[in-house]
Design a protein around this ligand. Structure first.
Ligand SMILES: Cc1ncc(COP(=O)(O)O)c(C=O)c1O
Length: 460
C-alpha cells in the first residue's frame, strides 16, 4: 500500500487496530510512534524522523528534555492533581514569571486546560468588562474547536458545517487580514489602508455596534502564516479603542520564543488587553491560560462564569513542568537562538524557493516558517494535492510535518541546531523534488488532514 515504507507486521497490525477502534484525524500513513528525543521521533520499528511540528507546536524544548524529565519524575512522586479551588507553588511562580515577559499591566492569569478554553475565557472577560456583545475575529483566524472558539474561527469553514445552531450568534469574522501575498493590490501599504478601512466598515455594518472585543492571532498561522506590518496591527488597536472594545491576542501558536521574540506580538509595540497562551508554553501538557490586567480581572470577577475553574487547570504536575520549561527558555535565551537559527533557516529555505517554482512564498519569522505551495508563481493558485505529496515524501525521508491545504509548516523544536536544519532542509529538498516530478503518493488527500476534506480546498 505504501511503497516508500516498509512496516513490520506489528506496525501494520497497530495501524489497522487504530483505524478500527480509535476515532481521530490521521495523516497517512498513520505511523505509530513510541519515543521522542530532542528534535527526533522514533516509530515502533525503530525508524527515526525529525519532528517538524514540535508535537502539536507544543514542545519548545523538544522531546524528553532532561530537566523536564527530572521535573516530571519528581512531581509524579509528589503531587499530580488537586482541587482547582486551591493552588500550588508552581502555578503561582509560573504566573509571576510569565507576567515579567509581558508589557503594560498584563499580569493576572486565569489558567485553562486547552487553548480553546483560554480563548473562551478571553471572550467572557471581554463581555464582562465592556458590557459589549459582539466578538470580532479575523478572516482566516483559528481559535480552537470548542463551540464558541469554533464560531469565531474562519479558517476551515467546512469544519463548522451543520454547527450553526450551536454557534454563538454574537460574532463577526470581520477583521480583514493583512495577507499581502494574496491581496488584490501589490502594494502592502495600500493593502494596510484598504483592509483597515474595510474592517471598520464591516464592524459598523455587520455587528450590533456593541463590540466587546477584536480578537485575533497577531500572526495568523493556520490561515497562512499572515505576518502583518506594525502599521496594520497598530491600526487594529486604534479600531478597538474607537469602538470601546478590548483587544485580544491569541498567542497559542506563537509563544514562547520560536519567532525570535518571546511573544509573537512583541516587535509590534502594540499592547493588547488580554493574551491567551497554550501549546508552546504548555511544554506538551494541558497547561494553557488567559492573561489580563488586574483591573479587567477585578471588573469581570463574578460575572460571565469568571474566574474559570473546571477540573484540571493549574494542576501541580503540568504547572511544575511548564514552569521549568519557562525558566529554561528564559535562562538559555531561546528567543535569541530562534532569531539566529531562524535567519540561517531562512537562507537555506531561500535556496529551495529559487529551485522550485511551486514554492510560491515562504512566510514566517525565526524558527516558524510556512511554505505556500502553488501551481505556479504567476497565478498563485493553491496546490493542496502537491502539498500533500510533499508531506508524504517528507515523511518517507524521515521528516514529520503538518500540511493543511497548500500550507506546509516548518516548526522544529526551538532547540534545533544549524547542523540539524541543514539535514532537515536537505531532506525537504529531496521530498519536494519527488513530489514535483510526480512520484506516486499511495494515499488519499481527502482523508489526510482535517481541513483537506473541504470541497472548496482549492478556493484559497
Ligand atoms: C491559534 C490557535 N488558537 C487556539 C487553538 C486551540 O488550542 P487547543 O487545541 O489547545 O484547544 C489553536 C489550535 O490549533 C490555535 O492554533
Amino acid at each position: 500500500m505504501n511503497d516508500a515504507f516498509d512496516f513490520s507486521n506489528r506496525h501494520k497490525d497497530l495501524m489497522a487496530r487504530d483505524e478500527e477502534y480509535v476515532l481521530g484525524w490521521r495523516f497517512e500513513p498513520r505511523i505509530i510512534f513510541e519515543r521522542g528525543a530532542g528534535v527526533q521521533l522514533f516509530d515502533i520499528d525503530g525508524n527515526t524522523y525529525y519532528d517538524l511540528s514540535s508535537g502539536m507546536m507544543s514542545l519548545t524544548l523538544g522531546h524528553a528534555h532532561p530537566e523536564l524529565v527530572e521535573t516530571i519524575r519528581d512531581m509524579a512522586d509528589r503531587f499530580v492533581h488537586q482541587s482547582s479551588w486551591y493552588t500550588n507553588p508552581w502555578a503561582i511562580e509560573f504566573a509571576e514569571l510569565l507576567a515579567t515577559t509581558l508589557p503594560g499591566d498584563l499580569k493576572m492569569t486565569n489558567f485553562a486546560v486547552t487553548g480553546s478554553e483560554a480563548n473562551e475565557i478571553a471572550m467572557r472577560m471581554a463581555l464582562g468588562a465592556t458590557d459589549g456583545f459582539d466578538i470580532c475575529s479575523m478572516v482566516r483566524g483559528l481559535h480552537g474547536g470548542s463551540l464558541a472558539a469554533e464560531a469565531i474561527t474562519s479558517v476551515g469553514g467546512a469544519r463548522r458545517r451543520g454547527l450553526g445552531p450551536l454557534s454563538i450568534p454574537a460574532r463577526s469574522n470581520c477583521i480583514v487580514p493583512a495577507f499581502y501575498y494574496r491581496a488584490p493590490v501589490d502594494d502592502s501599504d495600500q493593502w494596510d489602508e484598504i483592509s483597515l478601512r474595510m474592517t471598520e466598515e464591516l464592524i459598523e455594518y455587520t455587528t450590533s455596534q456593541e463590540v466587546a472585543a477584536l480578537m485575533l492571532e497577531p500572526i495568523a498561522v493556520p490561515g497562512g502564516m499572515i505576518v502583518p506590518s506594525e502599521r496594520w496591527l497598530k491600526g487594529i488597536r486604534d479600531i478597538a479603542d474607537r469602538w470601546g472594545a478590548l483587544l485580544i491576542f491569541d498567542e497559542c501558536q506563537l509563544a514562547p520564543a520560536r519567532l525570535g521574540t518571546f511573544w509573537g506580538f512583541e516587535p509590534y509595540n502594540v499592547v493588547p488587553d488580554i493574551v491567551t497562551f497554550g501549546k508552546g508554553l504548555s511544554a506538551g501538557f494541558a497547561f494553557c491560560g488567559t492573561v489580563t490586567t488586574p483591573e479587567i480581572a477585578e471588573r469581570t470577577r463574578g460575572t460571565k462564569g469568571l474566574p474559570w475553574a473546571g477540573t484540571y487547570p493549574q494542576d501541580p504536575l503540568p504547572a511544575a513542568v511548564a514552569l521549568k520549561q519557562l525558566q529554561v527558555v528564559l535562562r538559555d535565551d531561546l528567543a535569541g537562538h530562534a532569531a539566529k537559527a531562524g535567519a540561517y533557516l531562512e537562507t537555506r529555505l531561500a535556496k529551495l524557493t529559487d529551485k522550485y517554482e511551486n514554492i510560491g512564498d515562504i512566510r514566517g519569522r525565526g524558527l516558524y516558517r510556512m511554505m505556500d505551495i502553488v501551481t505556479d508563481r504567476e497565478s498563485k493558485e493553491p496546490d493542496p494535492e502537491l502539498s500533500e505529496a510533499i508531506r508524504y515524501h517528507a515523511l518517507a525521508e524521515g521528516v514529520v510535518m503538518i500540511v493543511v491545504k497548500n500550507y506546509a509548516r516548518i516548526c522544529p523544536p526551538t532547540i534545533v541546531t544549524e547542523a540539524e536544519l541543514d539535514d532537515i532542509v536537505g531532506r525537504l529538498d529531496t521530498a519536494i523534488a519527488r513530489a514535483v516530478r510526480g512520484d506516486p503518493v499511495p494515499t488519499n488527500i481527502s482523508t489526510s488532514s482535517s481541513l483537506a476534506t473541504n470541497n472548496s480546498a482549492k478556493r484559497n
